[in-house]
Design a protein. Structure first.
Length: 150
């Protein structure tokens, strides 16, 4: 008589397969019992409250805010609308390099130094002269423009 071809590891492997098959069938039966198909539309809807949180209750119509489309700004805020008229400042030229075409003006009121370029001059100027000027924001800070002698 011959020996059985089944070994211990083959028997264990068959037992594991049978166990997995049984667990899979149990999961399938459980899913069929607890399926969520057929829910109504109202059961699936979620609302956002005034704090931005999700909730299952609809919002209170009394708390509804009315917005005008004109009040909504897209992009960066423009400062042109709030621009105040420029007041001509007074100051003294502390440094001026005619060859390179730039210099600095010391503002009399704030005592700060403001850069100016020859393109911003209305009249020819020299060092230590009193001038009037207006200020604009440039690439590297404040720039004096429309500079003229007093």
């Amino acid at each position: 008589m011959g020996r059985s071809q089944e070994t211990f590891s083959k028997k264990e492997h068959e037992k594991k397969k049978a166990k997995k098959r049984k667990e899979k069938e149990e999961k399938k039966a459980d899913r069929k019992l607890n399926n969520n198909k057929g829910k109504s539309f109202e059961d699936m809807i979620a609302y956002v409250d005034e704090n931005g949180q999700l909730t299952s209750t609809p919002p209170d119509p009394n708390k509804k805010k009315v917005l005008n489309l004109e009040d909504i700004q897209l992009g960066a805020r423009r400062h042109d609308d709030e621009r105040q008229p420029e007041v001509a400042r007074k100051g003294t030229i502390t440094f001026y390099n005619e060859a390179k075409g730039y210099g600095f003006i010391r503002d009399d009121s704030s005592r700060e130094s403001v850069f100016f370029h020859v393109n911003g001059l209305l009249t020819p100027v020299k060092e230590q002269e009193k001038v009037t000027f207006e200020v604009e924001n440039g690439q590297k800070g404040l720039n004096a423009v429309r500079v003229s002698k007093i």
